[in-house]
Write a protein that binds this ligand. Structure first.
Ligand code: ATP
Length: 187
């Protein structure tokens, strides 16, 4: 049976925390692929100074290039916002009726998981997998991938706004897009 990981997020920008944990998920769960699905507008967070959907998608595609176990899907950007995981999963289930789906979610989002739109339906379609974010052992109802990487998109945006380096936090291809498009500069 095909095993597919789904990684939703704003990816504003995608960073090495996302990428390393997705690799870890592939190895731990023996996934065939992880599909990164950038959200149009996150129903879970308020946006500050942020990049356009198009720029975020461009950065995701650039970051995944050359990794055969990674893929991206722009379906949430093609639907009117807000982006709900259940809509995405119903589409993917139709496409892959026999696959087993694993939905990757960072530890910071787990407490609110049950408030997600049509959570009960979503929970029937996917196995949630928690990604370590604190490095502290927590008790969860779902399997946890333990690998603590203290990298966040908020910190990356702030660093760019302050003129600090983001080298090694994001792939060079993503860093190039951020600087060429002048993203995250203070307005
Ligand atoms: P922001 O700082 O803007 O909130 P973020 O770094 O959390 O962004 P998102 O695009 O919101 O990035 O993340 C997508 C998913 O990946 C979320 O479930 C988030 O919790 C998780 N995630 C992001 N960074 C990490 C990390 N370093 N370790 C574990 N999970 C992460």
């Amino acid at each position: 049976m095909k095993k597919i990981g789904i990684f939703g997020g704003t990816f504003d920008p995608i960073h090495h925390g996302h990428l390393i944990l997705a690799c870890e998920a592939i190895e731990t769960l023996a996934l065939d692929v992880v599909i990164f699905v950038p959200a149009a507008a996150s129903p879970h967070k308020l946006q500050g100074e942020s990049a356009s959907a198009e720029a975020r998608l461009e950065m995701v595609r650039a970051a995944l290039e050359g990794e055969p176990h990674f893929a991206s899907d722009a379906m949430e950007l093609e639907r009117p916002p807000p982006s709900y995981a259940i809509d995405t999963m119903e589409t993917l289930r139709q496409r892959e009726p026999d696959a087993q789906f694993f939905y990757l979610v960072g530890e910071d989002n787990v407490a609110r998981l049950e408030t997600w739109h049509r959570f009960a339906d979503l929970a029937k379609l996917v196995q949630f997998i928690v990604l370590d974010r604190t490095g502290r052992p927590g008790e969860y109802a779902y399997p946890v991938i333990r690998r603590h990487l203290d990298i966040s998109a908020t910190d990356i945006r702030n660093r760019v706004a302050r003129g600090q380096s983001i080298r090694y936090l994001v792939p060079p291809s993503v860093e190039k897009i951020i600087f060429e498009r002048q993203l995250y500069r203070e307005s």
